[in-house]
Ligand binder design. Structure first.
Ligand SMILES: NC(=O)C1=CN([C@@H]2O[C@H](COP(=O)(O)OP(=O)(O)OC[C@H]3O[C@@H](n4cnc5c(N)ncnc54)[C@H](O)[C@@H]3O)[C@@H](O)[C@H]2O)[C@@H](O)CC1
Ligand SMILES: [K+]
Length: 492
């Protein structure tokens, strides 16, 4: 873990521009910044590919291209075979100076073309935070050629074609082996399609002082790995809360059981499951520590709600009359903190209503789209906006799942999860997350810290479990690593 605040702060492109400009106040002007960026990127290239001697540098029309020109000059001066491709129209300002310096040092610049020169490593300096539309024409063809070629790509600041704000690629986008960010992390590098494009991420803060970052509040933050405090020696099960999971309509008992068992593994004192009668015996047989109860309607649910400290509503709930009646009871009468998932969210989309009690909503993009009344693609085009809008609309903490899960608070705070893997795209993973967050709330955490901690634990447990392979990863494989993590076993 690091104590450098810049490493967990995430900025929009506009905020990053303001930071760049403000660096001058600390004696680092834009020309100097570009030189430092080029140096840092060249150092990263040498560190990552020490054997590389042929470097292909693709420069765009703006300052991202300028960073590329600086790197190309340094590579040339280091004796490497450097081929630089740049558009015919000359760059302006600092980038023009960097270009002139490259030519002065004996470099040659070739026009963009679809044919890439042979190289051990390519440097992508086409577009950075200035991307304002999908790449087209020669730039798009170059990107496709880079992605089709076998050599690794080092992207400067942002993989070209990826939107630095949203992590959405509107068209062709570079698939880099590594990306070196400059000055500050751009928030789009950590969610949506970013994971397929960035490769290994590293940040070069270019020796800018902490005071600069302190003067610029970020838009969002990366989740950090938090440890849970040790338990008091005299604790008893009543101290760790009682979770009530409501769900498991006909044929969907597994979802409720997974949520319940996850809650136990994360330390909830007691876990009850209000479910269909046919699920009671199988749940008891498989996990006798759970307390499943047959609930045929709202009346039977009341007493369980009164006993509970937190309600996890939705795993396998269905949207039929049974699920709807329990949903209404939990929402209107229970007066308990809630975690809403799956069909509880689908019912909320069908029948929008204000939530009376403290709540965490955990939609995947499809559920978020239903709640917002838009297409899934619109959610994915701007996940930050979708999460914030939902959090504000429901005055609740919202966990927008998917690669780069976001946690948003009603006041606009956003935390981003950089852990997790595609092995976790399998049935039941969401149910486990619901149980984890509910268990943390049952142990006394407020919705925001519980959601942040829960999302991080769940994703890190997924990464530990994926050590045996991403394909075939089961939701229940997370139980053992979850238990290890809540007891302080280090992840990295
Ligand atoms: N401003 C500064 O002080 C620093 C800037 N740096 C670099 O500068 C970058 C930002 O530079 P710019 O603002 O010049 O932006 P970019 O270099 O990212 O690109 C902007 C240029 O590309 C054009 N463009 C964008 N999308 C296009 C598309 N799809 N098709 C065709 N043309 C397109 C724009 O119209 C503009 O001319 C950063 O990402 C970073 O790499 C670094 O050198 C560090 C310091
Ligand atoms: K780039």
């Amino acid at each position: 873990m690091t104590s450098i605040p810049a490493l967990s702060a995430l900025y929009t492109a506009a905020q990053a521009r303001a930071l760049d400009r403000d660096a001058a106040r600390f004696g680092v002007g834009s020309h100097d910044l570009m030189q430092r960026a080029g140096w840092a990127a060249f150092a990263a290239l040498r560190r990552r590919w020490p054997e590389a001697v042929r470097i292909g540098v693709l420069c765009g029309p703006g300052n991202n291209g300028g960073d590329g020109f600086v790197l190309a000059r340094l590579a040339l001066e280091a004796g490497m075979a450097v081929r630089v491709l740049a558009p015919a129209s000359p760059a302006r300002g600092d980038a023009a100076q960097a270009r002139a310096a490259l030519l002065e040092a004996g470099g040659r610049i070739e026009p963009w073309s679809e044919a890439l020169p042979p190289a051990d490593v390519y440097v992508d300096a086409l577009y950075g935070i200035g991307l304002d539309r999908a790449p087209e024409g020669e730039a798009a063809a170059l990107i496709e050629a880079l992605n089709a070629g076998g050599a690794p790509v080092l992207a400067l600041d942002v993989p070209s074609g990826l939107d630095a704000d949203s992590g959405h690629a509107p068209g062709a986008a570079v698939r880099a082996a590594a990306t070196v960010g400059f000055v500050a992390w751009k928030r789009g590098l950590f969610t949506g399609q970013a994971a397929d494009h960035c490769g290994a991420l590293e940040l070069a803060t270019l020796d800018l002082p902490d005071a600069l970052y302190a003067a610029h509040a970020p838009d969002a933050r990366l989740l950090t790995a938090e440890a849970l405090p040790p338990r008091a020696r005299g604790g008893h099960k009543g101290d760790y809360g009682r979770v009530l999971v409501i769900g498991g309509d006909h044929g969907m008992g597994g979802a409720a059981r997974l949520a319940g068992e996850a809650a136990l593994r994360v330390g909830a004192g007691l876990v009850e499951i209000a479910t269909r009668a046919e699920h009671v015996a199988p749940i008891l047989a498989a996990r006798p520590e759970l307390m499943p109860r047959a609930v045929d309607g709202p009346q039977a649910l009341q007493a369980a709600c009164e006993r509970a400290d937190v309600i996890a509503l939705g795993p396998g709930l269905g949207q039929g009359a049974w699920g709807h009646a329990l949903w209404l009871t939990a929402l209107l009468d229970a007066q308990r903190p809630l975690v809403l998932d799956a069909d509880a969210l689908n019912l909320l989309a069908r029948e929008p209503r204000a939530l009376r009690d403290a709540a965490v909503l955990t939609p995947h993009p499809g559920e978020a789209a239903r709640l917002l009344g838009c297409e899934v693609a619109a959610v994915q085009r701007d996940r930050y906006a979708a999460a914030r809008t939902l959090a504000q609309r429901y005055a609740a903490v919202v966990v927008l799942k998917g690669a780069g899960t976001l946690v948003a608070s009603p006041s606009g705070d956003v935390a981003v999860c950089r852990w997790g893997n595609p092995g976790m795209a399998s049935g039941g993973m969401g149910d486990v997350l619901t149980g984890v967050i509910a268990a943390l709330m049952a142990q006394g955490q407020a919705p925001w810290p519980a959601a942040c901690l829960g999302v991080g634990l769940h994703a890190r447990a997924g990464d530990l479990a994926a050590a045996a392979g991403e394909r075939g990863l089961l939701a229940s494989d997370l139980f053992a690593p979850l238990r290890a993590l809540v007891n302080g076993q280090p992840h990295e």
